[in-house]
Write a protein that binds this ligand. Structure first.
Ligand code: FAD
Length: 375
């Protein structure tokens, strides 16, 4: 596609930021809009596998991210009640196989480094998309602050409650999965003397707790859980929670898990949502990626990874396929992404990933830059 095109990306989350950074590097005129008044450092952790780090390499930030992150050698699954090991799967212990690191990192830190790969002149905060009008030549955007803009191509990377998606396909509430997740941060000094694994998921029959370090110095530890819940109030994105509520939910778990709960600060509780598979990923000059397109339960730690892979594949299709027809580019993008994103969505929703020893190379060994676009 012509590099002179003006590309609008709505949503400066992990997927939208990746798309903007890669488009900028490819020479497009790109604008990244987000509803937030300024960058906000979400206090949570995130795992980014080699499949993502190969894309961070293209953004020129693989090393700066790895320099602050932890690089766990193994993923371990443990039985909640007696601590028995259910699996022990090499991550960085098998680095040569994946040709990139597996990192666990503070999500805000990762996001900030990624935003640093986008020219600040191309980023507009405080721009909440309210409406769009797609026409033959491009898309007119209207924002809540009363301003408007005109772009040739619009990328909807605006997450679970995507406005772009709603304008493209009609409004539809996301589906509450019947699961919630607790998140908690722990100063690692509070766990001194305990046998804390680097990247461990604790499992019982109907819930789990994932634990890992957030930094290379191993000063911050983190947990995120998955637990059944009957309902969640519509429109509430998270609520504060308590040690008592978590102890009740994880009664009977190993003393180590109970020590994590005791040591946690700022415990929060989040709903887990999904959506039915989308019939279309693009229309005219508008295309979707990430959670706007295929949200999933986070039990495989690959939701952001799929958004980032989508962004990389979309930019490949826009730069490597010789056409100026958006439909040709976007259809190639959908063709190369739908199978993989759907498979990951399915496994993630089933919550079986790495519970027992299995080969994770179809996920971590994937290189979006190795895909033959003409296949
Ligand atoms: P988002 O990150 O949701 O970004 C959307 C952006 O759009 C936001 O910045 C928002 O402000 C903006 N926006 C929304 N509406 C508008 C509008 N109208 N106008 C302008 N801007 C707008 N994934 C992993 O890969 N690894 C993990 O370890 C992991 N752990 C997780 C743990 C939990 C508890 C949860 C809930 C999810 C986890 N995920 C993980 C999944 C991951 O968070 C999401 O899949 C990922 O954030 C999706 O990225 P995105 O860029 O598509 O959307």
């Amino acid at each position: 596609m012509e590099r002179s095109l003006r590309i609008g990306v709505v949503g400066a989350g992990l997927g939208g930021t990746t798309a903007a950074g890669l488009l900028q590097r490819a020479g497009f005129n790109v604008v990244l809009y987000d509803q937030m008044p300024a960058f906000s450092r979400l206090g949570a952790g995130i795992q980014l596998g080699p499949n993502v780090m190969k894309i961070m390499r293209r953004l020129g930030i693989e090393e700066s991210m790895a320099a602050v992150a932890n690089e766990p050698q193994y993923w371990c699954s443990r039985n909640a009640t007696d601590g028995a090991y259910l699996s022990r799967i090499p991550l960085n212990a098998d680095r040569a196989r994946y040709q990139a690191p597996y990192i666990t990192i503070h999500r805000g830190e990762a996001h900030q480094i990624m935003l640093g790969a986008v020219d600040t002149a191309n980023v507009q905060f405080g721009k909440c998309l309210a409406d769009l009008h797609a026409h033959d030549k491009g898309v007119r955007l209207s924002f809540m602050d009363g301003t408007s803009d005109e772009v040739d191509i619009l990328i909807g990377a605006d997450g679970l409650n995507s406005c772009v998606r709603a304008k493209l396909l009609g409004p539809e509430d996301p589906l509450f999965t019947g699961w919630i997740g607790h998140r908690g941060m722990i100063k690692a000094s509070k766990l001194a003397g305990l046998d804390v694994g680097e990247c461990v998921k604790w499992w019982s029959s109907d819930r789990h707790m994932m634990t890992y370090f957030l930094d290379r110095k191993k000063e911050e530890f983190y947990f995120v859980t998955g637990e059944p819940a009957e309902s969640w109030p519509l429109g509430v994105s998270w609520v504060p929670s308590t040690h008592a509520e978590m102890h009740k939910s994880f009664a009977g778990y190993d003393p180590l898990v109970r020590a994590y709960i005791d040591a946690a600060e700022n415990i929060t509780k989040w709903p887990l949502y999904t959506r039915k598979p989308l019939p279309v990923w693009h229309r005219g000059h508008v295309v979707l990626l990430g959670d706007a397109c295929h949200p999933m339960k986070p039990h495989m730690a690959q939701g952001a990874a799929m958004a980032i892979e989508d962004a990389a594949m979309l930019v490949r299709c826009m730069t490597e396929i010789e056409t100026n027809d958006p439909n040709t580019c976007f259809e190639a993008y959908r063709h190369h992404r739908m199978g993989r994103a759907s498979r990951v969505q399915e496994v993630s929703n089933a919550n079986t990933w790495l519970r027992t020893n299995e080969d994770p190379s179809w996920v971590y060994g994937y290189d979006v830059y190795g895909v033959d676009l003409h296949a």
